[in-house]
Design a protein around this ligand. Structure first.
Ligand code: ADP
Length: 481
């Protein structure tokens, strides 16, 4: 039996370039699928960070001209990752954040840049690389979402398509005049095509034309079919309900393993949980907090954006102070939130520590040393930090939305073993109440330890999740289960 052949298309991939969970998934899922016998290669843009690490690069025949510049398709690898790289210097020879300039604004040509990525993906789908003709093209998020549209308007035999929505808030909406520049036919600019409230909607197009749609948790799959959660796409998603699945994300169990983690001060596992105390003390020291082993130490690792609800945590500071709780936060994003967190740390240096920035290693320190991880998101497609937290014995305190609802078990869940705290609706009062409950529970060290152990025993690996994707691919191809 020949293996299924899949082209995964994404604008970021861990460990090469990452702004958030999308990169984690685009990095880990192909490896997990490869382990299941699927032949899979990822197409990513040729940012400098990518070209620098690409090994055994081979230029594919046929130089291409892409929307105003010369481009080449390279095939190579990085570690275990099999890669196609779109080397289009006019679009991707810019280091740093893949979407933003140094001033933090969207590159003005983002529409063309990611249309180029999708155009290349569709060309591979049509056979541009004879030795890799995919059965399935799997596009991730708006940056890859025009792929099914290009394949549709090619009007010739094409591979089947899957699109995964990692966050419906990012939709890729661009002016109508781009249509000709990115080679979409005039006929495509209709409500049944790529048109989206008078503009071109990249994600909309992907949701319209992909054979199957997935998102990253069962609860989010339901939420995005509502008018509010659908963010303008609820109607379209409702109309495609029978082709929409929620499959939870996993985490890379090799990268996030407290027993082997080279980044942390003191490694531990379920049988040596008491060693976490060393990491907690190191974390308090690193953030300049008071060395207090008995204070409940909350960790936050997050983009700072309205979605993440961290303004509510700021509003809870009086409660946090009153309860004797400590907080360490690693995050970056919204300038006002950055400023408010810095100010909070200045005011309460013994109990609140803040690092503004993106720091993969510090994220490991926090997971290994914090007693609890707080994720008070207003919406959360899946969320990865709470999965890492479960594995590291940091008890998640989360809002009852999206993937947070699906991956953390509290007293109200009819599941075996409580793993954390959930609150909802997402208000400051409810978050404060959850923090107080957690602080009270922390006083019962045996009960707390049981929660930690339940979390550490939860399966958060990609293995079982990858099976669900592999089953889905078989379904899309009409193969027996
Ligand atoms: P989102 O994709 O919405 O940002 P997720 O929870 O799905 O949120 O994924 C976030 C990923 O990015 C996690 O792997 C998390 O550890 C990481 N992360 C977020 N902010 C930072 C930061 N400031 N420094 C290091 N890692 C971060």
């Amino acid at each position: 039996m020949t293996p299924m052949r899949v082209l995964s298309v994404a604008s970021e991939i861990f460990p090469i370039i990452k702004t958030g969970g999308l990169a984690d998934v685009a990095g880990a899922l192909p490896l997990a699928l490869k382990a299941k016998g699927i032949e899979i290669c990822s197409l990513i843009p040729g940012y400098p960070e990518v070209l620098r690490v690409l090994e055994r690069a081979e230029e594919q025949p046929g130089p291409v001209s892409l929307f105003g510049g010369d481009a080449r398709l390279l095939r190579g690898r990085c570690g275990e990752h099999e890669l196609f790289v779109l080397d289009a210097p006019h679009f991707f020879a810019r280091g740093g954040n893949p979407y933003l300039s140094a001033e933090g604004v969207d590159w003005p040509d983002n529409g063309k840049r990611f249309a180029a990525l999708a155009r290349m993906a569709a060309d591979i789908g049509f056979g541009a690389v004879p030795s890799f003709l995919p059965d399935i093209v799997h596009a991730h998020d708006w940056q890859a979402a025009l792929t099914p549209a290009y394949l549709n308007y090619g009007h010739r035999p094409r591979p089947r398509t899957v699109i995964t929505v990692h966050n419906l808030a990012f939709q890729g909406k661009f002016r109508r005049s781009l249509l000709e520049e990115i080679g979409l036919p005039l006929e495509s600019f209709t409500v049944d095509g790529v048109e989206y409230y008078g503009d071109i909607g990249f994600l909309k197009a992907g949701l319209r034309f992909a054979d199957m749609i997935t998102t990253v948790s069962p609860t989010y799959a339901v939420e995005i079919q509502s008018d509010e959660g659908g963010m303008g796409l609820g109607g379209l998603l409702r109309s495609r309900s029978s082709d929409l699945r929620g499959i939870l994300n996993g985490i890379d169990a090799a990268v996030w393993d407290p027993a082997t983690d080279a980044h942390i001060q003191c490694r531990f596992d379920a049988s040596t949980l008491e060693r976490r105390a060393v990491n907690k003390a190191a974390l308090q020291k690193q953030f300049g907090l008071k060395q207090n082993p008995d204070a409940l130490l909350l960790g936050v690792i997050s983009r700072l954006s309205d979605q993440k609800g961290l303004d509510l945590l700021l509003d809870c500071i009086p409660t946090i102070q009153m309860e004797g709780i400590q907080v360490v936060l690693l995050g970056a994003g919204d300038v006002e939130l950055e400023h408010r967190f810095r100010a909070a740390a200045d005011t309460h240096p013994e109990t609140i520590g803040v690092v503004i920035g993106f720091d993969e290693i510090l994220a490991h320190h926090i997971q290994a040393g914090a007693d609890a991880l707080v994720v008070p998101s207003r919406f959360e497609p899946c969320g990865l930090t709470q999965l890492c937290a479960l594995r590291y014995g940091a008890v998640p305190i989360v809002s009852r939305v999206g993937g947070l609802e699906d991956t953390v078990a509290d007293l109200s869940d009819d599941k075996q073993g409580v793993t954390g705290f959930k609150f909802g609706p997402v208000t400051m009062q409810n978050l404060a109440a959850a923090l107080c409950s957690a602080n009270a529970a922390y006083r019962d060290r045996r009960g707390w330890r049981e929660m930690q152990l339940n979390g550490m025993a939860t399966d958060v690996s990609w293995d079982s999740r990858a099976s669900q994707y592999s089953d889905l691919y078989r379904e899309v191809l009409g193969l027996p289960a």
